[in-house]
Design a protein around this ligand. Structure first.
Ligand SMILES: *Cc1c(COP(=O)(O)O)cnc(C)c1O
Length: 486
């Protein structure tokens, strides 16, 4: 009965069905986002089908069983971690790319938009004179940047670390608040997780330059080769921004690669109230930013910027492959050949990182920026930052709330307090469990200076002021109920 594949010409009809299902999903009428009924599991959990049901039934399954039981992440009140749903522009662009340009290579409009959007993204985020490459997320973007750092440090002493490995003790400097993908990248790159020297922070979660200088001096005396200094342009925990200018100057004085991890926070530069905190960005040798965090891209889009992609080319050199022969070398980043041929790979992004096959991500970033422009992005970023500030102000005024970190960006860490509560950590942990079960307001928790905090982080295009009011109201109500019972 079942056909081998759907006939062409069915996308318009079927996508309209799926689109209607997605519109319905985005109304978030499902009563309990975290614990929906589980009947769908029984329906979906069938043995490997030997015979297919056809595209109509696949579409129906998507509509009936799968989409309605999706994730709470796109909900307006979801403020856990640093993640959100994609905007309509992003969904349209990635769907278009999945059909019209499954790969980013070859000289297509999509390959062109990889480069154009990287340049737009750089300009929007205050990055000058750098070249970029997309990857799947901040994890890989950091890996690619640190690959460049490793290559550069070893080339200066006449050693090709990409070919011959890391052959002497090395160190990478990052703050104790850095994202754990810094250590993992170092593990993957043969630098070693333990080579990451975690520098202590001040009481606002920012790396202390004096301690960095001392650590470099001690490591040099111990014969270690410094690979990179990593600055946070927005820590994952609290949104703190390291003193970029000071750290960049230390890097320059010591001839050490300077990496700025702006996966989350770099778009914060659009908010004039805090843009001066990003001063010194021009000292960076590499910068990353995740459009899938604050800019509304569907998950799977990050960018690494370096001064010259040739360093990435050398760091991530591929062995020659006959099936690519004659294809990969004829384009360099500066000149884009206009001929159309199978040999014309456009800009060879696959040479600048760890992915060969890759979806087109530039078209997504292009769509996001084209839709609302820099001004629209600025408005959104400022709205989110204002939400965190407003929350902090309200918490300061209320006797039962305590701020644990003053917001820099769109994160505010706070907790419920009351003189009668002996263990505030476990009280707030329980409060959090009830909060996310009973309400649409879903922050995550973290620890700030050892204390358990509720941690809303606002990055979603659908996140608005009303979610802050709702969250505050719910935290106070649940806290008071729990405190009365204790
Ligand atoms: C989220 C984050 C990462 C990792 O990014 P993914 O896209 O989740 O892989 C790296 N660095 C910082 C500062 C982050 O906030």
């Amino acid at each position: 009965m079942s056909k081998e594949q759907a006939e062409t010409g069915s996308l318009q009809r079927l996508l309209a069905h799926v689109g209607a299902g997605l519109d319905q999903y985005l109304k978030f009428e499902h009563p309990d986002a975290l614990h929906p009924d589980r009947n769908w599991r029984e329906y979906l959990n069938i043995p490997l089908p030997q015979h297919g049901v056809g595209i109509e039934q696949v579409t129906q399954d998507l509509l009936d069983q799968i989409i309605p039981n999706g994730s709470p992440v796109p909900r307006p009140g979801f403020s856990s971690f640093i993640t959100t749903g994609s905007t309509t522009a992003s969904t349209l662009a990635s769907t278009a790319a999945s059909v019209a340009s499954p790969q980013r290579y070859m000289h297509t409009a999509f390959n062109f938009l990889e480069e154009l959007s990287l340049q737009w993204l750089a300009e929007m985020c205050g990055i000058q004179n750098m070249q970029g490459v997309y990857s799947s997320g901040g994890s890989v973007a950091n890996l690619v940047a640190l690959g460049g750092a490793r290559q550069s440090a070893f080339e200066k002493i006449g050693h090709d670390s990409s070919a011959d490995g890391v052959n002497r003790p090395v160190s990478v400097y990052a703050s104790e608040e850095c994202h754990h993908t810094i250590q993992r990248s170092c593990g993957v790159l043969g630098i070693g997780r333990n080579a990451v020297n975690l520098i202590s922070c001040d009481d606002k979660g920012r790396m202390r330059p004096d301690l960095l200088t001392r650590a470099i001096r001690e490591d040099r005396a111990a014969g270690k080769l410094p690979i990179a200094i990593v600055a946070n342009a927005g820590t994952t925990n609290t949104g703190a921004i390291d003193p970029i200018q000071a750290l960049g100057e230390i890097a320059a004085e010591n001839f050490i690669w300077f990496h700025v991890d702006g996966a989350y926070g770099l778009p914060g530069i659009l908010d004039e109230r805090i843009s001066s905190l990003f001063q010194g960005l021009e000292l960076a040798d590499s910068v990353i930013v995740d459009p899938h965090k604050w800019l509304g891209a569907s998950v799977g889009v990050a960018a690494t910027f370096v001064r010259d992609r040739q360093i990435l080319y050398r760091a991530f050199t591929q062995e020659p492959a006959d099936y690519l022969e004659g294809s990969v070398e004829q384009n360099d980043a500066a000149t884009m050949a206009i001929e159309h041929s199978l040999d014309d790979f456009g800009i060879p992004y696959f040479d600048f990182g760890v992915e060969l096959s890759s979806p087109c991500r530039g078209v997504v970033v292009w769509a996001l920026i084209r839709e609302i422009g820099v001004q629209g992005m600025r408005q959104r970023v400022k709205r989110h930052n204002s939400m965190a500030r407003y929350l902090a102000q309200c918490a300061k005024r209320h006797a039962n709330l305590e701020i644990l970190s003053e917001p820099t960006l769109s994160i505010c860490c706070f907790r419920y307090v009351s003189p009668g509560i002996t263990d505030l950590d476990s009280f707030n942990q329980k409060l959090h469990r009830r909060l996310i079960r009973e309400n649409e307001y879903m922050p995550s928790t973290t620890r700030v200076k050892g204390k358990l905090a509720l941690r809303p982080c606002y990055v979603g295009a659908r996140a608005h002021q009303s979610q802050v009011d709702g969250l505050l109201e719910a935290v106070l109500r649940i806290g008071q109920e729990m405190a009365a019972r204790d």
